[in-house]
Design a protein around this ligand. Structure first.
Ligand SMILES: [Ca+2]
Ligand SMILES: [Ca+2]
Ligand SMILES: [Ca+2]
Length: 219
């Protein structure tokens, strides 16, 4: 079928060329010839039935590709912004998680962002109860996110410039953990710390796929 279509189209091209050739011979310069060569070819490609065998199928495929492209861009896969929604200083506050007695908090979202959480000393016993935490970022299967934790000083403020503790890959998870002594001191010493948690988009375009961040204390 393809061959016969090509064959008839080939004949039509020859016919058009022949018509143009004779028209050219009766008058018109080189520029006229070029314009006429383009015009009949274009119009017959889009409208005439005879050449339609080939021209229509070409046009049809082209049309489908354009439609498909537009549909993909516009409806099925909307563009979304995976960039940071705000700065570290404006990070979302997840509140306190007990770093000694234990506890946890979980957050979900899409795209890069900053969050902060306080790993709080809640046990005021005269006996030491050391503090620790584990931050786990679980990426959805089709979007990859990276994790970094900036750990502030004990009994101090959020420190966005603290050295980043990079997430260690464990399957789909990125994990950062740490622990430190419960200092007693005279009258007790607060060993709570603020964590600035950065979630950074690496790859993938699914706007619906959420990451899950879990912060556990007293691990
Ligand atoms: Ca304590
Ligand atoms: Ca303490
Ligand atoms: Ca301390």
């Amino acid at each position: 079928m393809g061959q016969s279509t090509m064959g008839s189209a080939g004949w039509m091209v020859i016919a058009v060329t022949a018509v143009l050739g004779s028209a050219c011979a009766t008058g018109g310069g080189i520029s006229d010839e070029l314009e006429q060569t383009e015009d009949p070819t274009t119009s017959s490609t889009s409208s005439t039935g005879g050449m339609g065998g080939m021209a229509t199928s070409d046009g049809g495929m082209g049309g489908m590709e354009e439609m498909g492209g537009m549909g993909g861009m516009g409806g099925m896969a909307p563009m979304c912004d995976f960039g940071h929604m705000h700065t570290c200083e404006m990070s979302t506050d997840l509140g306190n998680v007990s770093g000694d007695d234990g506890g946890s908090t979980t957050q979900t979202g899409v795209g890069s962002t900053w969050l902060k959480v306080r790993i709080k000393e809640t046990n005021s016993s005269i006996f030491e109860e050391d503090l620790s935490y584990r931050v786990t970022l679980t990426s959805p299967p089709n979007v990859d996110y990276d994790l970094a934790v900036h750990q502030g000083p004990q009994d101090g403020p959020l420190n966005c410039n603290a050295n980043a503790k990079p997430g260690v890959a464990m399957g789909l998870d990125k994990v950062v953990s740490d622990g430190w002594d419960d200092d007693q001191g005279l009258g007790g010493e607060d060993d709570s710390v603020w964590l600035a948690v950065e979630i950074r988009h690496l790859s993938g375009t699914d706007c619906e796929a959420e990451w899950t961040l879990t912060v556990e204390g007293g691990i």
